[in-house]
Design a binder for this molecule. Sequence first.
Ligand code: GDP
Length: 428
Amino acid sequence: MVKAVVGANWGDEGKGKITDMMAKEADVVIRFQGGANAGHTIVNNYGKFALHTLPSGVFYGHVTNIIGNGVALNIPLLFKEVKELTDRNVPTPHIMISDRAQIVMPYHILLDAYEEERLAGKSFGSTKSGIAPFYSDKFAKIGFQVSELFDEELLKEKVVRICELKNVLFEHLYHKEPLKPEELLETLHEYRDMVAPYVGNVSAFLDQALKEGKNILLEGQLGTMKDPDHGIYPMVTSSSTLAAYGAIGAGIAPYEIKKIVAVTKAYSSAVGAGAFVSEIFGEEADELRRRGGDGGEYGATTGRPRRMGWYDCVASRYGCRLQGATDVALTVMDVLGYLDEIPVCTGYEIDGEVTKEFPVTCKLEKAKPVFVKLPGWKCDIRGIRNYEELPENCRKYVEFIEEQIGYPITMVSNGPGRDDIIYRESAL
Ligand code: GDP
């Protein structure tokens, strides 16, 4: 059976924690899109970790952790992350890398940085991990597939051809040092030797695993709002963040995905530029940011302070719909315990009309939030394991959101740890 854990919002919803928790029951955890531009924070018995490239199943000895073909694979970072784990006494994880995954090249990272520099104030807020140049090249059909590392003739010819092309930009647009094909070839040889023991035919492996009745977990990065088609284009990421893409980015049939857990946080946060309708500012935002997540809402990869907002039912309903949520996990509920009352965004006012349907970006820019205020519960809910034991106002908050978004909230997370979870029967 295949399950997916994906984000219903802008990312940073706590997917890492939910995946780590669900990975206990999984045989395979697979990353199917994205790259090292975002991080998943995981707290477990080994300590606190920020994973960027590795699947969140790496803390379990019984899990095969797969880098799917849809991923932007940064090879040195992958191995750096493995070393960070083993240095902290996590047993060496089982890893498999798709022979069809493509490689983030050193020039993708340079191009990302040079382009941000060139755009200056008008930048997209890229994390400069090379993700946009990587996916541009993949679809322009000039990317390097892992399998190509093992074909020396092909590699030699292609390196020369690509450097010629990239150097036009390096020299004439960005006025930087040109790339040297011999150096690039040497780097690719190093990459080949690093990945060689782990490369495999992932779709064949998964096909076999499915025939054997194994449990497979697809792990998404970011969330619906960052999807290039259905998100807040152009302030999006460059690969699809939707569960549907899990079939493509892993190499399985779409109908195999039986359970889709859309993760949504009990308040909102976003990184980078773009419309963020329920955003809050000033002291109100600072306090939520300080108290948020596990040690504050700051980027797991960049350390950037995240933009903060109240819960957005319009974005989340749309977010769950596009993910095809069979289950919703509402996370970080414990953080809201300090508030007397909690605003929740239930509609967008656009040109004088209130809508509950998430609009296209040019309309989104004009949207103003419609808030309702729910009473707070004013206590610490960490440690509670039964839904009925939550304070009444806390349950009302969960039930209000469930009714607004129209997808069943079956899990409420009330702390960063693996066991900080409350399962509930949805009323829907
Ligand atoms: P991801 O990319 O979706 O995995 O999100 P992040 O890595 O940004 O995770 C959100 C942060 O919230 C991390 O620091 C988690 O440890 C933390 N976290 C996850 N669930 C909970 C929760 O229920 N309560 C609290 N307080 N923190 C949580």
